[in-house]
Design a protein around this ligand. Structure first.
Ligand code: NCD
Length: 316
């Protein structure tokens, strides 16, 4: 069985740190890696819209000297004719060495991995998980704060459907002394299973609040998210909740001077564009880091050794 990345907990904390270290080495020495994936192919199978995740996977594979193939909407694949995910994956794994897959159904990448001869990467499954965005977020936090432990993070917006939040909480709860402040309307609270299965067993300190303004002054990192319109069952409820948080320069004046603002993007109206020029705006740093961490992920899952040391990133 190949190694897959379906859930962030598929990686140990040591492996996460190793992937981050590899991404940092790629940033420092890109030339060393430019042919590491020569003659390898990455397939991107996106059954849901994407800009950054799909393009950063493709950019990552090209920067490693490999090539890419795939589709960016289900309607242009045989799924539109009724083909099952299993048959699609079975087919694509004959063409590609590794597959990044995004799907609206929770668990679809896991199901796909049962049919695949090659590694499967979950590039987002419904409102569930998004492990490669989490690795991007961790690389960004580490580069800006110098550590992944002993800080307070505020996660704000749609914590119910925001898959990036679920994976990030799972990952950070495994580092020492991370304090979580969940900022959301009652209807979009962090799922109870994350509290009972992730936060309580890890004994991390957490709190749930409604107002961003009230807590922004005590945060070391702020993670904003959009309200996930496509996951609502009821359009009226979306219309009522949209626009519930709006971070602007005036509110940022209440925040610490060294509190980075992260957002997985796309943003709608939850961060006003006047924040973009603030030195704390880190969301375009995340976009940048997304390519390097995905280069590290591809190398790791393919078991390709470091061109200089001959060591692989992960044990297989
Ligand atoms: C996120 C996603 O797809 O979950 N985007 C991304 O991958 N950078 C966040 C979102 O869509 O809100």
């Amino acid at each position: 069985m190949p190694r897959n990345l379906i859930d962030i907990t598929d990686l140990s904390v040591e492996e996460i740190n190793q992937l981050i270290a590899t991404a940092e080495d790629i940033i420092a020495n890109p030339v060393k890696y430019q042919d590491a994936c020569a003659h390898k192919q990455l397939a991107t199978l996106f059954f849901e819209p994407s800009t950054r995740t799909r393009l950063s996977f493709e950019s990552a594979m090209l920067a490693l000297g490999g090539s890419t193939l795939g589709f960016s909407e289900a309607s242009s694949s045989s799924t539109a004719k009724g083909e099952t995910v299993g048959d699609t994956i079975h087919t694509v794994s004959c063409y590609a060495d590794i597959i990044a897959m995004r799907h609206p159904k929770e668990g679809a990448p896991y199901a796909a991995s049962q049919f695949s001869e090659v590694p499967i990467i979950n590039a987002g499954d419904g409102g569930h998980n998004h492990p490669t965005q989490t690795l991007t977020d961790l690389l960004t936090i580490r580069s800006l704060k110098g550590k992944l432990s002993g800080f307070t993070i505020g996660l704000c917006g749609d914590l119910k459907y925001g898959r990036t939040v679920h994976s990030l909480v799972k990952a950070l709860s495994r580092y020492e002394g991370v304090r979580f402040i969940f900022i959301s309307p009652e209807e979009l609270q962090i799922p109870r299973h994350i509290i009972t299965e992730v936060l309580e067993p890890s004994h991390q300190d957490y709190r749930e609040v409604r107002s961003l303004e009230e807590v922004i002054g005590e945060l070391d990192v702020l993670y904003m998210t959009r309200i996930q319109q496509e996951r609502f069952f009821n359009e009226e409820e979306y219309l009522r909740l949209k626009g519930c948080y709006q971070l602007d320069e005036a509110m940022l004046r209440l925040a610490p001077a060294d509190m980075p603002v992260l957002h997985p993007l796309p943003r709608i109206d939850e961060i006003s564009t006047d924040v973009d020029n603030d030195p704390r705006a880190a969301y375009f740093d995340q976009v940048h880091n997304g390519v390097y961490i995905r280069m590290a992920i591809i190398l790791a899952l393919l078991g390709i050794p470091d061109p200089l040391t001959g060591k692989t990133v992960l044990d297989h």
